[in-house]
Write a protein that binds this ligand. Sequence first.
Ligand code: NAD
Length: 403
Amino acid sequence: MAKIQMKTPLVEMDGDEMTRIIWQEIKDILITPYVDLKSDYYDLGLVHRNETNDQVTVDSANATKKYGVAVKCATITPNAARMTEYNLKEMWKSPNGTIRAMLDGTVFRTPILVKGITPYIPTWTKPITIARHAYGDVYKNVEMKCPAGAKAELVCTDKDGNETRETIYNFECDGVIQGMHNKSTSISSFAKSVFNFALDTKQDVWFATKDTISKKYDHTFKDIFNEIFENEYKAKFEAAGIEYFYTLIDDAVARVVRSNGGYIWACKNYDGDVMSDMVATAYGSLAMMTSVLVSPDGVYEFEAAHGTVQRHYYKHLKGEETSTNSVATLFAWTGALRKRGELDELPELVNFADCLEKATIKTIEDGIMTGDLYLLSKLENKQKVNTEDFLKAVDERLKALLF
Ligand code: NAD
């Protein structure tokens, strides 16, 4: 069979440690034998980020804006230990943070379900996608400790110098205060990304805040979502047969637990932080979680939800065998190739991505899996394989689906 041709390059962001090893193996075993891969390659590995003073991260985000679709490998976010390990010039910022800020995107995380691995909540038979707002609130807060006798006030000075004041509290004892903000533009972008993603994936949207208690702050989120939905999306949602549902966060949590899944749960920044870990754990494993950053103007960056799997990398360096789960990284590739195929009207590329995902799930459901899933799977015929043998087993099934 001739290789599948592409029209527009995919922006490829290489990364670090074990996921960098897996990245190359996925390309060699499962992509380039079948697809004439056109990629605009950026090496976001820490060594090269350090050499380029992190310019490569900015360049890769700009290329993503230009071409519209990127696939990213997990990367190291430097800390003190990495400064020494990699002899860094500076403690470079998280590439994900830089890219997210440049694309102004929302991150959508969805579990990959397979037979044999039952979620801790067994009624969750369909995936729950968490869409987390990635700007502001407690993550950009200002905090102070206040001594007994202090009067704490909230002051907003407008551009003409007029002040609006509210007393927060007159402290009769020691205490603490915190100031938070968000921006209408960021909340609007969040709402649009969520509604676009819902139309893309034909799923309902649930959104929840605590607007009964937070009558201005949280209520603003509710109002902006409602206004954008009514003005720009209502008719499109009706045509697609999907719904937008708003409720209070406590009610949402109770409904989520009783639900079967199969919808997008849009969360404010802190709610998303907490709930995405709860949902990932309940479905089984971070290595079975896809993650895509979607900007309000329709730019997509696909990645795995997990990190660089450092412990396995050190084993690999010592020449020991590893059994690292490549599924989330593989699904980052299929997500990106499918989106590229849809945008460029290349049904063969879309079909290839679908087949590769089916082959991956079939491999695990046939009982062939990496060590992390081996511990979770209830299949009787399960067999633990190493990193590379898993990909080869996927390839056998991919060939059967393609030819
Ligand atoms: P990690 O996700 O790499 O590992 C957390 C735990 O989950 C470890 O026990 C690991 O063995 C296990 N695990 C994760 N993915 C796995 C897989 N595919 N197969 C088998 N087991 C898997 O996170 P960490 O250890 O906190 O961080 C390691 C590095 O990754 C750090 O330098 C961090 O900065 C980076 N990181 C990057 C991203 C990203 O680029 N998106 C996200 C998180 C962490």
